[in-house]
Ligand binder design. Structure first.
Ligand SMILES: Nc1ncnc2c1ncn2[C@@H]1O[C@H](COP(=O)(O)OP(=O)(O)O)[C@@H](O)[C@H]1O
Ligand SMILES: [Mg+2]
Length: 409
C-alpha cells in the first residue's frame, strides 16, 4: 500500500510551478534564479521540491505547494469526516472521530509554509537555549524569508545521507549507532524538555552529515519538513516524561499513575504501556535492564500483529480517550522506532538509557521548580540520587555488552 501510495503522489507540471511563482512572487523561476531544475527531487501529497541556484551562487531547495491544494483540502477533510462518521454509526467501536478533528487543526497549518518556516526556527532556538550541549549536532536548513510565502518555501539545500541509508552513512565515515544515539537524544529533548515536537520524523525527513568544520566524524542530524509540530503544556510534558521514566525503570505503580494522569484510564494503562513500548506487559514490568529492547525478530513481529487484531476495540477506545497531542507523540514514537530499526535492526539498550536519562532530568527539574519546602527538596534530591544509581547500572550493563561484543571469543 505504501509503495503504491508513494508512486501515486501528484506531480505539478513546470507550468503549474510557474503559475505558483507568478502568483506568489510576481516572477517566473527563470527570472529569480540563474538555474532552476524543472524536474522535482521529491513530490508528496502537499508539495514538491525543486533544486535551484540563486544569483549570488547559493544552492537552494524550493518547496512548491501543488496548485490544487487550496481547493481539494476542504473536500479531503469532508471525505474523511464522512467515512469516519459513517463507519462509527455502523460499527460503534470504530471511533476515529478524533482523526477528523486532528486533520481539521493540522492541515491548514501544514498548508501555510510560513508556519513551517517559523517552526524550524523555533525548534533550533529551543536547542540553543534549552539543550546547548547538543545544539551544534542538530540542524535545520536556513530559510530565505525574502523569497518565501505561504505556498513557496525557499531553503538552504542540504547535502547528506538519508537517515536509513546506512551504506552512504558509512562511506561518509559515520557510525549508524552514533546516529541512532543522536536521534534518540534530539527527540527526547524535544518531547521531555522543550514541549515543542517535530511530529513527522520519518526517514525521508531526516538527513545526516558529518559535522561541518570539524575533523572528527561526529554526525550532525538535519531535520527537514517542519510542517507538523505539537506543543505539550507543562503538565502533559511532565506526566509524559514521568511515564517514560517509569517505563524505562519498570516501575509498575508509576506507569499506572502517569497513564491515568494522561487520560488512558486504569483499565487500559497496560495496553497504553504496550503501545508506547511495543512490548507485552510482562516485559514492560520485567526488572531486567534490557526489558524494553526490541530484537526486531519475526516472532516479535507476529506477536505484535496478534495483539493488534485481538485488542482492536480496546486500542480504538484508548485512542479515543487520549489527548490528541499524545496520539501525535505515539506517531512520532513509531517513526523513531522505524528509524532505529533501520539503523540498528531493532532498538538498543542505549536508546532506553538516553530516554531514561532525559525523561528523569525533566521530571526532577519540574519537581525542583514546584517544591519550596526543605523536606520535599530533600526527597527530590534522594530521587535524583536513586535515578543516577539506576542509570549507572544501565550504563554498566551497556559497557559489559559492548565489551562482550568486542572480545574475539
Ligand atoms: N532543504 C532541503 N535540502 C535538500 N533536500 C530537501 C530539502 N527540503 C526538502 N528536501 C527533499 O525533499 C523532500 C520533500 O520535502 P519535505 O519538506 O519533506 O516535503 P513534504 O512535506 O512534501 O514531505 C525531502 O524528503 C527531501 O528529500
Ligand atoms: Mg517530508
Amino acid at each position: 500500500m505504501r509503495e503504491s501510495m508513494l508512486n501515486k503522489c501528484p506531480v505539478s507540471s513546470y507550468d503549474q510551478v510557474c503559475e505558483v511563482f507568478k502568483k506568489e512572487l510576481g516572477e517566473t523561476p527563470d527570472k529569480i534564479f540563474t538555474e532552476f531544475n524543472p524536474v522535482p527531487i521529491a513530490s508528496a501529497s502537499l508539495a514538491q521540491v525543486h533544486v535551484a541556484h540563486t544569483h549570488d551562487g547559493r544552492k537552494v531547495a524550493v518547496k512548491v505547494q501543488h496548485t490544487h491544494m487550496t481547493d481539494t483540502a476542504a473536500a479531503d477533510h469532508a471525505t474523511v469526516d464522512l467515512i469516519v462518521n459513517t463507519l462509527h454509526r455502523i460499527f460503534p467501536s470504530f471511533d476515529y472521530r478524533w482523526l477528523v478533528d486532528e486533520i481539521h487543526e493540522s492541515l491548514p497549518k501544514e498548508l501555510d509554509f510560513l508556519v513551517e518556516a517559523k517552526n524550524s526556527e523555533k525548534c533550533m532556538d529551543n536547542f540553543r537555549k534549552l539543550s546547548p550541549h547538543i545544539a551544534d549536532y542538530v540542524y535545520a536548513p536556513k530559510v530565505y524569508w525574502n523569497l518565501s510565502t505561504s505556498k513557496l518555501l525557499m531553503m538552504e539545500f542540504m547535502d547528506g545521507a538519508q537517515i536509513n541509508d546506512v551504506k552512504t552513512m558509512r562511506k561518509l565515515g559515520i557510525q549508524p549507532s552514533e546516529v541512532s544515539k543522536l536521534v534518540s537524544q534530539t527527540f527526547a529533548e524535544m518531547m521531555f524538555k522543550h514541549g515543542f515536537v517535530h511530529c513527522d520524523p520519518h526517514a525521508a525527513n531526516l538527513l545526516v552529515r558529518p559535522m561541518p568544520s570539524r575533523s572528527n566524524k561526529k554526525p550532525q542530524l538535519v531535520l527537514l519538513d517542519h510542517g507538523l509540530y505539537k506543543e505539550l503544556d507543562v503538565s502533559t510534558r511532565t506526566n509524559y516524561a514521568a511515564l517514560w521514566k517509569a517505563l524505562v525503570f519498570a516501575d509498575a505503580k508509576a506507569i499506572k499513575e502517569n497513564s491515568v494522569k494522561l487520560g488512558a484510564g486504569e483499565d487500559l494503562c497496560a495496553l497504553f504501556a504496550g503501545i508506547l513500548t511495543m512490548r507485552p506487559w510482562n516485559r514492560v514490568i520485567d526488572p531486567a535492564v534490557d526489558h524494553l529492547v526490541i530484537q526486531g525478530s519475526e516472532s516479535d513481529r507476529s506477536e505484535l500483529q496478534m495483539y493488534a487484531s485481538q485488542y482492536f476495540s480496546e486500542i480504538s477506545e484508548l485512542l479515543r480517550r487520549l489527548p490528541r497531542v499524545i496520539l501525535l507523540m505515539l506517531k512520532t514514537n513509531d517513526c523513531l522506532r522505524s528509524v532505529n530499526n533501520a539503523l540498528l535492526q531493532g532498538s538498543s539498550l542505549e536508546t532506553f538509557l538516553i530516554i531514561g536519562k532525559i525523561s528523569s532530568e525533566a521530571v526532577i527539574e519540574a519537581k525542583k521548580y514546584e517544591t519550596r519546602s526543605l523536606l520535599r527538596r530533600l526527597s527530590v534530591w534522594l530521587e535524583e540520587i536513586s535515578v543516577e544509581a539506576r542509570l549507572l547500572g544501565m550504563q554498566l550493563a551497556l559497557w559489559l555488552l559492548q565489551l562482550r561484543k568486542a572480545l574475539p571469543w
